[in-house]
Ligand binder design. Structure first.
Ligand code: F6R
Length: 362
């Protein structure tokens, strides 16, 4: 049932191109310069978005914040659900609360959503599990269609959430008139290419396994990324710590010099997301800062980039895409890095200690 793979997690990592096709399938309509999401909510009605989620789903929501703010110019606040509930958030009828959850059963997310609803928000679930608790309480559900996810560490559901958030951004942007027709068409074209690009990203497995081998004895790992790749850094660190039990921390790249730079020495592997973007040069200078202090740099860069190689000990190349979609291809090598490291350390990859697939206690 693992399709010839030794673990569900690896099977699910390899399913990602097909999963993404399912998420996007039939919903991208370049001819109308829009997506068809079959939602009853009125996308023109909302002037702010509150994203509520936990763990990996929270990082998908954080990517979604950049997508929505860029394409739809609506302010997006994002909270981990357990914080949202208790901060007395400012909500009105023009607030769209978006709850993101693979299981649809996470109690913190459900309770936070109820709080937003009580205060008058429109509610949307971005959910994998059909008919789950959250889907029964929201005004509308955008199913991500990742199929059942067995591995406790979420991989393919994250990928599908990213696809769903990108479509949501287009939907809001078109309704509000902030996303021009030509730009929408171009962006939809880029979305359509993603499954194929994720397949290409998977081809880096042997190279990533080699890097994992080099560093699997490390006591700590640092992950850095800027702008829409900051959440990718956090997701990479989360994957690594939850299945390998290596301590891993993530920071927005520019924040490094405000403290964490003190950690850097020749024993610390630092994964830096430095894919093509308007902020590329800035992140490259962060790599130089790490190198100058003896740190070991593993760069995740766009294919064809020759600069990163000059400053990083190891470079993992990912296919070129729209810079707002770079998280989709970049998370793949980070999932593989976590997986290969955990296997080398003899960890129980599919059932990491102390974790449950669905967290229904507060
Ligand atoms: C990490 C992981 C958890 C979940 C979190 C939310 O790999 O699986 O962090 O993402 O518990 O779960 P859902 O999406 O079911 O609400």
């Amino acid at each position: 049932e693992k399709g010839g793979h030794p673990h569900y997690m690896l099977k699910e990592i390899y399913e990602q191109p097909r999963v993404l096709e399912n998420t996007l399938g039939g919903r991208l309509h370049e001819e109308h310069a829009n997506v068809e999401l079959d939602l009853n909510l009125d996308p023109a009605r909302y002037d702010r978005v509150h994203v509520i989620a936990c763990g990996t789903a929270y990082y998908a929501g954080w990517v979604g914040k950049y997508l929505i703010e860029s394409l739809a110019r609506i302010p997006v606040e994002i909270d981990v659900a357990s914080e949202y509930r208790y901060r007395d958030p400012v909500v009105d009828g023009r607030t769209l609360a978006v709850a993101i959850s693979q299981s649809g059963e996470t109690i913190d997310t459900l309770e936070a959503l109820r709080e937003a609803k009580r205060k008058g928000a429109g509610t949307l679930g971005v959910i994998n599990a059909k008919g789950s608790s959250i889907t029964r309480e929201v005004d509308d559900t955008l199913y991500i269609h990742a199929g059942p996810e067995i591995g406790v560490a979420s991989t393919k559901a994250y990928m599908a959430m990213l696809g769903a958030m990108a479509m949501l951004a287009v939907w809001l942007g078109r309704a509000r008139g902030t996303l021009a027709e030509a730009d929408a068409k171009e962006f939809l074209g880029e979305l359509r290419k993603l499954p194929r690009l994720v397949e290409q990203a998977l081809e880096q497995r042997a190279h990533v396994a080699h890097i994992a081998e080099k560093y699997h004895q490390a006591a700590d790992y640092l992950f850095l990324g800027r702008h829409i790749q900051a959440p990718t850094a956090y997701e990479g660190a989360l994957k690594l710590k939850e299945i390998s039990y290596i301590h891993a921390e993530a920071y927005p790249a520019g924040e490094m010099k405000h403290g964490p730079i003190a950690l850097i020495d020749e024993r610390l592997p630092v994964v830096v997301l430095t894919t093509d973007s308007p902020f590329y040069e800035k992140t490259l200078s962060n790599i130089q800062e790490v190198r100058a202090r003896g740190g070991r740099v593993i760069a995740v860069a766009t294919e064809g980039d020759s600069e990163a190689r000059r400053f990083a000990q190891d470079v993992i190349y990912v296919p070129r895409t729209h810079h707002l979609l770079a998280p989709v291809v970049s998370v793949v090598p980070l999932q593989l890095l976590a997986y290969e490291t955990a296997v080398l350390l003899g960890r129980d990859v599919d059932q990491p200690r102390n974790l449950a697939k669905s967290v229904t206690v507060e």
